[in-house]
Design a protein around this ligand. Structure first.
Ligand SMILES: [Zn+2]
Length: 325
């Protein structure tokens, strides 16, 4: 059976309709894999500013890279980042203020997963509850959240629902406007957020998918047979059968099997007409939005009108346009 047929056969639970919805506006910081400012390949690190319409409450999904990473991170992490330093737009809290919103009013910070390019800096948001999956607070975020109100989504403990192609989803506001979905694989506690962006009837949604995958064409039907990639471990072998004593190839996902399962579930969501998937480093959309800045904070158009405005892209794979050069 083809991958497309496997994905089409995944169980799908209807997404509940409802009146409440959220506005979603991306903020982008830029990360490059090269220290050269002229490198052709650049991917964004998105944070998403979300405004819950019925209550006016605001929150973030992911905080990107902390602006002060050169002093704010521990030495080993700084040394890891230094060879390909990110090009930063600004501190998320300061950017929010520049756009006329008060960081102190932010009531929640939802973090997709534990990695340094998503956990950011929570200090500008003193009143925010910090939300993450089971292992999200084990790294830098754990140090930052000492004494703060946190919500850890452990699927064996919280009440969850089957929503769309996801087996576990948590209704964050209790009104179906934000479902935090179990999208483990990249890390054990990885979360995606399914946000209702326009109300019923015919509600629309964005699925903020963090690091479910990094190559955006992994979630698109394509003639190319994309798979998650492995690479040789330091001092290891590409061929564990030939060199059983050496470290096997590794992958940027902590559980490759689960990561692929999550990619398939995410791709199933993308197949819905009323769902638009946006990845944490989605350079397909970054290429569009960097030239159309009213979608990006501090401009306010956001992406909640994506259906009406025709923002969802076909994700047609064009190697010369999208691959690293
Ligand atoms: Zn990332």
């Amino acid at each position: 059976m083809s991958i497309d047929a496997v994905i089409a056969a995944l169980p799908f639970s209807p997404i509940p309709e409802g009146e409440s919805y959220c506005e979603v506006t991306p903020l982008a910081q830029i990360i490059t894999p090269s220290s050269s400012a002229t490198a052709l390949y650049r991917a964004p690190t998105f944070s998403f500013y979300v405004k819950h319409e019925p209550s006016g409450k605001t929150l973030f999904f992911d905080l990107g890279i902390r602006y002060d990473w050169e002093t704010g991170f521990a030495e080993d992490l700084r040394n890891f980042i230094k060879p390909a330093p990110p090009v930063m737009v600004g501190d998320v809290g300061a950017l929010l203020k520049e756009g006329g919103a008060n960081p102190e009013d932010v009531s929640g910070v939802i973090i997709s997963h534990r990695h340094w390019d998503h956990t950011g800096n929570i200090a500008p948001f003193p009143k925010a509850e910090v939300v993450g999956g089971i292992d999200t607070f084990n790294a830098d975020l754990g140090r930052q959240t000492a004494g703060r109100q946190t919500l850890v989504l452990d699927w064996s403990r919280v009440k969850s629902s089957k929503i769309g192609s996801f087996d576990h989803a948590y209704d964050y506001f209790g009104d179906g406007s934000i479902w935090l979905c179990d999208s483990a694989g990249h890390t054990a506690g990885h979360l995606s957020a399914l946000v209702r962006t326009t109300p019923s009837p015919n509600a629309t949604y964005v699925l903020l998918s963090g690091d479910t995958c990094h190559h955006p064409f992994l979630i698109s039907p394509t003639t190319h047979n994309f798979r998650l990639a492995t690479y040789p471990a330091r001092g290891g072998s590409d061929n564990p059968r030939k060199h059983p004593g050496l470290p096997p190839p590794c992958c940027m996902h902590s559980d490759m099997e689960r990561a692929w399962d999550t990619v398939c579930r995410t791709r199933r969501m993308e197949a819905e007409d009323n769902v638009m998937v946006v990845l944490g480093h989605d350079y397909v959309y970054w290429r569009e939005w960097r030239d159309n800045l009213n979608r990006l904070w501090p401009n306010k158009a956001g992406i909640h009108g994506w259906k009406k405005d025709g923002l969802k892209m076909e994700r047609k794979y064009e190697p010369e346009k999208y691959d690293i050069q």
